[in-house]
Design a protein around this ligand. Structure first.
Ligand code: NAD
Ligand code: IPM
Ligand code: MN
Length: 367
């Protein structure tokens, strides 16, 4: 019996390369754990533009609204740099997030023991690191109006608007508090209430929501100082909640703490559907990596870990998600490294597919 439906959108660049490894893992779960999914596949980003002239076809959007979970690889690439803004590959992803109303973007940054030496920070700063960034994903300066490039006083002006309603802040704050309750019961909210009214409101609303979670220790930080603290002593954090743009920046910083962008997964969650499961899209934090696309060098772990998040958050298969994460830990402990994780001289990198092979072997050994 199928445990649910999955729409796979490999996208562009290394997206299809890393997603091919996820497909093999999905097949393994079907064969060996009895977890079969109704899988369909479609186009997003530049690949959708090439076929349909838009980065996300309406039929694909409609399918995404119906499935239990969407898995996305990555979008974008230099081939599409000169396209009109309205049809750029990234707009396809933003449309999915907005129309599915995926307001809570969970970006965990965990340091695998085997990679504790690999970060550009000292080992004791990152060993054992396990933080969760909750980024607001459907509002803020990414979507606020007015926006555009206008002409004023004979010169052009580029405009974007940071805008948050109380209810938008309230719902993402609640998601973050709920996560904090299941983790270390610490939440740090980041904004710039010192210079932005939207930050003042953000701080007020988060403080109000905190009354419903008396067990969670809430702190506030200006987002710039938050970036500095992430680089100085990241283990002071448990859950961080922040807006769309700050969350984009801070999660790339957090990614590098753990070694490589190729390691960081994400879950974007919305409201519960009729079956009780949240609307959900899972994707690695990294992009289409045009510099290494087509060379078999991409690290598939971020995308595979994103599938592990799908098992946990959409399909209530936490134990199977743990199994997959443990298999990845095993493979890293064996010293297997894709090129992005190479620090030491004389270690030969494994390819994307070889990394997939090793993870499948470790899964097999876990039975
Ligand atoms: P990027 O994440 O694609 O690449 C940044 C660097 O990290 C590159 O050197 C790349 O080789 C490396 N890298 C990223 N993922 C890797 C992996 N899995 N394995 C090994 N190395 C990896 O970011 P960018 O270069 O700023 O953006 C390239 C394109 O991707 C742009 O069009 C951008 O808009 C898009 N993008 C898409 C997403 C997404 O689809 N969610 C996210 C970020 C960027
Ligand atoms: C991310 C990416 C996206 C963002 C782009 C590709 C739209 O950088 O998912 O972090 O800015 O949100
Ligand atoms: Mn980003």
């Amino acid at each position: 019996m199928s445990v649910g439906s999955l729409l796979i959108l490999p996208g562009d660049g290394i997206g299809p390369e890393v997603m091919a490894e996820v497909r093999r893992i999905i097949d393994w779960y079907g064969e060996k754990r009895g977890l079969t999914f109704d899988v369909s596949e479609d186009l997003v980003g530049g690949s959708a533009y090439d076929k349909h002239g838009v980065p996300l076809a309406d039929e694909t959007m409609a399918k995404a609204q119906e499935v239990d979970a969407v898995l996305l690889g990555a979008v974008g690439g230099p081939k599409y740099d000169d396209l009109d803004f309205s049809v750029k590959p990234e707009r396809g992803l933003l449309r999915l997030r907005k129309e599915m109303d995926l307001f809570a973007n969970l970006r965990p940054a965990q340091c695998f023991d085997a990679l504790a030496d690999f970060s550009s920070l000292k080992k004791d700063v990152i060993a054992g690191l396990d933080i969760m960034i909750v980024r607001e994903l459907t509002s803020g300066i990414y979507f606020g109006e007015p926006r555009g490039i206008f002409t004023e006083n004979n010169e052009r002006v580029g405009v974007n608007t940071q805008r948050y309603t109380e209810s938008e802040i309230d719902r993402v704050a609640r998601s973050a508090f709920e996560l904090a309750m299941k983790r270390g019961k610490k939440l740090c909210s980041m904004e710039k209430a010192n210079v932005m009214e939207s930050g003042i409101l953000w701080r007020e609303v988060v403080t109000e929501v905190a009354k419903d979670y008396p067990e969670v220790e809430l702190s506030h930080m200006y987002a710039d100082a938050g970036g500095m603290q992430l680089a100085r002593w990241p283990k002071q954090f448990d859950v961080i909640v922040t807006d769309n743009l700050f969350g984009d920046l801070l999660s790339d910083v957090a990614a590098m703490l753990t070694g490589s962008l190729g390691m960081l997964p994400s879950a974007s969650l919305g409201l519960p559907m009729a079956n009780g499961r949240p609307k959900a899209l899972y994707e690695p934090v990294h992009g289409s990596a045009p510099d290494i696309a087509g060379q078999g060098k991409a690290n598939p772990i971020a995308c595979i870990l994103s599938f592990a998040m799908a098992l946990r958050y959409s399909f209530d298969e936490g134990a199977e998600a743990d199994r997959l994460e443990a298999a990845i830990e095993t493979v890293l402990a064996q010293g297997k490294r894709t090129a992005d994780l190479l620090g030491e001289e004389g270690v030969t990198p494994v390819s994307t597919t070889e990394m997939g092979d090793a993870i499948l072997d470790a899964l097999e050994a876990s039975l």
